[in-house]
Ligand binder design. Structure first.
Ligand code: HSE
Length: 449
């Protein structure tokens, strides 16, 4: 921190915090723009200015706008990591390496860190928190979950006194965009994915989005903030949206539901129940109204009840805004530290946890059974369900004459996962069944009103 001398209260009275950026891609561009465009607001709220001293880039020659002057750019990470004047290192490169090594280096030099890197925080958070704590600095990662939505801050601060029962997030904008476009405009999955990629919020590898891996990483971080539990994203039951067909969207619509990819975390006596699944959500449910690439996180907590955090989950400006807000929070830590107060611990305890098996879960189900229309087939399907004590709530079928293919849509009552799996396996073994049954879960009612 150095005096800058141009503050609103006269020469020499405005404090300044010097920062360095690692990476200057889309989010880096958003960070630079927000620091410049909102400079006056930031200075007013912080009582200090934030100055970017160095920006690590891969290519010095790439054209950049005026927010990233050439004089600030470097290809040498040491110019950021080893500069004693830089108090906060902002990692925006993404991926595990070299981000991990550079962040550890920054922490070891007692620099605070801000990152938007969900993969890194979800898989290596423990070692990073330990190093930060050892060095008396902080690592902030608000932008890693749901982009601009201040959900981590809400969990850490706004709801700090509450007991969280369940979190349900629409935390992948690409999935929500695709499902929403398929249901509202009848777009095909492939076209909707292309649009999402063109809009720039899909990951470089879209299988991370549509396969559910991105949402699982975010859910792991939400679980850490909400329950103090660290769960490996790879241990979370995760299902992508690629099996959802236009037929399922239309059938769900007729039954009064919309498809949403939901990331859920619940505390249970047997351990945390975590999952990422495409689910049917009743049209009147608040999460059903989340459109396009928007994200939303519904928190159910004892004292507060239901609270919804909704907004843009990706894009340079929303994500950049979350990064700069983290920088501002760390500036405040720095002022407190320089005045002799240590920064608060990020987490006093982190408990490693394994999610409980999903076979113990119970929910209503949507089944689409593909059969040939022959006498008795309905009875045979119903017998399989009955044998495994799966009760039918609704049944729809569109018949096209004897011997024709039929998609039989069944909505089950609430039933344990293991029983419905066994019933479906038996159904799929019937001679008249022409392909694997499509099964999706139906969203459980909210626990708190
Ligand atoms: N690819 C992510 C999404 C954005 O589609 O939501 C970054 O987290």
């Amino acid at each position: 921190m150095t005096p800058r001398g141009t503050g609103p209260y006269g020469a020499g009275d405005m404090r300044e915090v010097v920062i360095g950026l690692l990476g200057a891609g889309n989010v880096g561009g958003g960070v630079a723009r927000i620091l410049q465009e909102n400079q006056a607001d930031i200075e007013r709220r912080l009582g200090a200015s934030v100055r970017v001293k160095k920006i690590l880039v891969r290519n010095l020659e790439r054209t950049r706008d005026a927010t990233m002057p050439r004089a600030l750019l470097t290809t040498d990470p040491r110019e950021v990591l080893e500069d004693p004047e830089i108090r906060i290192v902002v990692e925006l490169m993404g991926g595990i390496e070299p981000a991990l090594t550079m962040i550890l280096e920054a922490l070891s030099r007692s620099k605070h860190v801000v990152t938007a890197n969900k993969a890194l925080m979800a898989t290596h958070g423990k070692v990073l928190f330990a190093e930060a704590q050892r060095r008396g600095v902080a690592i902030n990662f608000e932008a890693a979950v749901a982009g601009g939505i201040p959900i981590l801050r809400a969990l850490r601060e706004g709801l700090a006194s509450d007991r969280i029962e369940r979190i349900t997030g629409i935390v992948n904008g690409t999935c929500n965009y695709i499902l929403d476009a398929m249901s509202r405009t009848g777009a095909t999955y492939a076209d909707a994915l292309k649009d999402a990629q063109a809009a720039g919020f899909a990951e470089a590898d879209p299988t991370l989005d549509v396969g559910g891996g991105d949402a699982a990483q975010k859910l792991s971080l939400l679980t850490l903030l909400a329950f103090g539990l660290r769960v490996d994203p790879a241990a979370i039951a995760t299902e992508g949206i690629t099996r959802v067909r236009s037929f399922d969207i239309a059938a769900a619509d007729a039954l009064g539901y919309v498809f949403k990819s939901l990331a859920e975390a619940r505390q249970t006596p047997e351990g945390p129940a975590l999952s990422v699944h495409p689910m049917l959500v009743p049209k009147e449910h608040i999460l059903a109204t989340v459109r396009g690439s928007y994200n939303a996180v519904l928190v159910e907590s004892r004292a507060m009840g239901r609270s919804l955090y909704h907004g843009r989950g990706a894009g340079p400006m929303p994500t950049g805004m979350a990064v700069v807000s983290d920088i501002i929070e760390l500036c405040r830590h720095i002022f407190a530290f320089d005045a002799g107060r240590p920064p608060p611990e990020a987490f006093s305890t982190i408990v490693e946890a394994v999610p409980r098996p999903t076979s113990d879960e119970a929910h209503e189900n949507y089944l689409c059974v593909h059969v040939t229309n022959v006498p008795g087939i309905l009875g045979r399907v119903a017998s399989c369900l009955g044998r495994h004590e799966v009760s039918v709530k609704r049944l729809e079928q569109d018949l096209h004459g004897a011997g024709q293919a039929v998609d039989m849509v069944v909505v089950t009552e609430r039933v344990p996962e293991a029983r419905v799996r066994a019933a479906v396996a038996e159904i799929d073994g019937l001679d008249e069944v022409t392909g694997p049954t499509h099964r999706f879960r139906i969203r459980e009612p909210d626990t708190i009103e």
